[in-house]
Design a protein. Structure first.
Length: 157
């Protein structure tokens, strides 16, 4: 868990500074981040972009659909790191039972954006049963069973 958080911080440092060299406070020296393993949140953003207007998805459902390690918390971290200006509808992702979990002033903005799409918000909650979107399932192409030769039965192998 700690390594995942550190990788996320390293990624944000590279994005914000534009440099792959940062100052390590603990050792007091510069550290190169070239070749460091980063977890990309791009698959999360790709799914979130597919959520239609007026529909929502929970952090847990998003994590389950993508089989994210760390589950809903990882989905929450990804949404917290959503880049601006990419057209990612972050406001359509909510906590369990349709609860708005982010803090102000973004919670008010999320509520306004959801209401502008026709999703009523009552006491920081929405009706998940009515507005939940289910992501499309991936077809397991690599897991297909090999085709049998025509005319042969199982017992003739």
């Amino acid at each position: 868990m700690l390594l995942g958080c550190l990788a996320h911080v390293q990624k944000r440092l590279v994005q914000n500074t534009g440099s792959s060299v940062v100052y390590d406070v603990l050792s007091g020296s510069e550290v190169s981040l070239q070749g460091a393993a980063f977890v990309s949140f791009d698959p999360v953003y790709k799914v979130v972009k597919q959520i239609p207007r007026g529909r929502v998805l929970t952090y847990g459902a998003l994590a389950k659909a993508l089989r994210l390690p760390g589950g809903a918390r990882t989905a929450g971290r990804a949404m917290g790191a959503t880049p601006q200006g990419k057209g990612i509808p972050w406001h359509r992702v909510l906590g369990a039972n349709g609860k708005i979990l982010i803090r102000e002033p973004y919670a008010s903005l999320q509520k306004k954006l959801l209401e502008s799409e026709g999703v009523p918000v009552v006491e920081s909650r929405i009706d998940v049963k009515k507005h939940l979107w289910t992501p499309p399932r991936k077809k397991p192409s690599a897991l297909k069973k090999p085709l049998r030769a025509k005319g042969k039965k199982k017992s003739q192998r």
